[in-house]
Write a new protein. Sequence first.
Length: 114
Amino acid sequence: QVQLVESGGGLVQPGGSLRLSCAASGSISSLSAMGWYRQAPGKERELVAVITSDGSTNYADSVKGRFTISRDNAKGTVYLQMNSLKPEDTAVYYCNYRLLRSFWGQGTQVTVSS
């Protein structure tokens, strides 16, 4: 089993920044892929960014150039630096850990509003 705990969400004005963190514990491995997904009200959950065990990254087109995903394998933690935030980035952000199985965090709310 893998446990994921997200932190760093909150309320920010348009154009602002937030940094999300997700700490993994339990039977974790640096061979895993870790990522961030988000779900806005009335919409399906969508991929935001993913980082593989070798550090390769992939981003949704809507966040390219604004968001950066990174990981610290020694700490079992993945980060999402979000800059130039827009109201349409408002959603619950979920951390995902994937290695043979997929595990999810409980989610953290990000609200972008003036």
